[in-house]
Design a binder for this molecule. Structure first.
Ligand code: SF4
Ligand code: SF4
Length: 497
């Protein structure tokens, strides 16, 4: 067993209001420089929709992530073929281009200030941030935000493939339309295809917390990582000729502060904490059939209360503070204990370490003849008639395994029903217990989920030890006694857990 610590995040999608504050705060901190204009390390998409870059989920086009070969072994979807790489040195058909992102622009503001007196309002024309010339804007990072032009753009969402016409109509028809928001950053995967694809060895996963970073001194600008990342969260800086990506705000984490996107999140949808995982199990965990991928990824996450795991973690140099944080991790609760949070597109087999609680709001409340549908005879059958198809959510969060999504949605429905009946003083009704039983949830668990979802303080949503990199590295070395006699005896680390 090779126990490692990982800083992970959960996004509770029912709470996201699509305000984009996270994207703007990230942009202001990290990508407000020449060469990074088009980059959004954090972006928020409307689903169904085509997203940013356009149709990033279409791996037939982009060829990102891993797949299983005929022998059942993992291989990069974009084959590591030297001759092919050489031939595609100047043109790679799988590389997203500026048209797939958008041409960044600003406005000619001086026209507003310097306009002569006139009967007409002056206007500021859009100017390309690449060429400095006037441009016509016809794409942007959130072009189909809030389903803008839904029939033009959202119908191209690759996740709609395989849904029945009725399901598609429910999501697309303007009268019935439903949507959800999907905030996205780099998933800091434990089987990162970006790292595997880099010919210069410039990408690496940081040992002490799992953050995936680029060594800019080693990067030669091959951009193999841009193609290999199926989430399209690797970017190429055209000014410096180097790759760039989300760094999970590690300089902030190292001083005990939440990442910028987390801190600014208006909906308080983000939860950050430590997970312990077994690195030895990763290759095998990623070789299982699609429908088992979520479960097999859960299994590599270790129980931080288990004394054997604690011992193995300490032997691997994981500090007491990290282990303590892992025990209190809201991410562990959402992902493993409650099984509510799921990875995004696990079928690409990168084992993403950011997780999503699928949204319940757009699922329920299907409108029939302008009225909410209360006709469901049984409580949970409303999921079968949901206006936001469970099959669609399964394509996003469980590689098509609808049971896993249904389990999470049922649990969240049961929490709502339980709290509602508690407020009405009607907890004794047999129906509450029947529903809780079917949703596999106890009253205690329902209270816990309710509290952390609705009332959690920042201290409960952000559970990390203050990390100083030097300190974390130092814990890997055994402490040597420098006491009175200078005996040089090896000591147990003294910081208490
Ligand atoms: S999401 Fe991040 S870690 Fe995962 S493959 Fe893409 S860039 Fe690499
Ligand atoms: S700041 Fe929070 S609520 Fe607003 S879009 Fe970002 S994730 Fe959603």
């Amino acid at each position: 067993m090779d126990v490692r610590a990982h800083i992970s995040m959960v996004f509770h999608l029912d709470k996201c209001i699509g305000c984009h504050t996270c994207s703007v705060s990230c942009k202001n901190v990290w990508t407000d420089r020449e060469g990074t204009e088009y980059m959004w390390w954090n972006n928020v998409e409307t689903k169904p929709g085509t997203g940013y870059p356009i149709k990033w989920e279409d791996q037939e086009n982009y060829n990102g992530g891993w797949e299983l070969d005929k022998k059942g072994e993992l291989k990069l979807k974009k084959a590591d073929n030297k001759l092919e790489s050489l031939l595609q040195l100047f043109y790679d058909p799988n590389m997203p281009g500026l048209d797939d992102y958008y041409e960044p622009w600003t406005y000619k503001y001086e026209d507003l200030f310097n306009a002569p007196l006139s009967d007409d309002q002056p206007t500021a024309i859009p100017i390309s941030k690449i060429t400095g010339e006037p441009i016509e804007i016809n794409a942007g990072p959130n072009w189909d935000d809030d389903l803008g032009g839904s029939n033009l753009y959202a119908k191209n969402d690759p996740n709609l493939e395989g849904l029945s016409q009725e399901e598609k109509d429910l999501m697309m028809e303007v009268e019935n339309i439903s949507m959800m928001y999907l905030p996205r950053i780099c998933n800091h995967c434990v089987n990162p295809s970006c790292v595997a694809a880099c010919p210069s060895g410039a990408l690496y996963k940081r040992g002490e917390d799992g953050i995936v970073l680029v060594n800019e001194n080693k990067c030669r600008g091959w951009r193999a990582c841009v193609v290999a990342c199926p989430y399209k969260k690797m970017y190429y800086n055209w000014k410096t000729g180097k790759a760039e990506k989300c760094i999970l705000c590690y300089p902030r984490l190292e001083t005990g502060q939440p990442p910028s996107c987390f801190q600014s999140c208006v909906g308080r949808i983000r939860y950050l904490g430590v997970l312990l995982y077994d690195a030895d199990q990763i290759p095998d965990a990623m070789k299982v059939p699609n429908h088992s991928l979520v479960e097999s990824q859960r299994k590599i996450i270790l129980d931080p209360y288990d004394p054997k795991i604690i011992e193995a973690a300490k032997a691997n140099g994981i500090s007491d503070e990290f282990i303590y944080a892992a025990c209190n991790s809201p991410v562990y609760k959402y992902v493993v204990k409650w099984k509510l949070a799921l990875p995004l597109h696990p079928e690409w087999r990168t084992s993403p370490m950011l997780f999503y609680v699928p949204p319940l709001l757009p699922v329920l409340g299907k409108v029939v003849n302008g009225l909410y549908d209360h006709s469901a005879r049984e409580f949970f059958t409303s999921l079968d008639n949901a206006r936001f198809s469970v099959r669609y959510l399964a394509k996003l969060f469980s590689a098509g395994n609808e049971e896993i999504v249904t389990y999470a949605l049922k649990k969240m429905m049961a929490v709502r029903y339980f709290k509602r009946m508690q407020q009405l003083g009607d907890l004794d009704s047999g129906k509450v217990h029947e529903i809780m039983r079917e949703a596999d949830i106890s009253e205690e668990e329902a209270e816990e989920i309710y509290k952390i979802t609705t009332l959690a303080t920042v201290g409960e949503r952000f559970v990390l030890p203050p990390i100083q990199r030097e300190e974390a590295m130092a814990t890997k070395e055994p402490e040597v006694c420098k006491g009175c006699t200078g005996c040089g005896e090896i000591k147990e680390p003294t910081r208490g857990f």
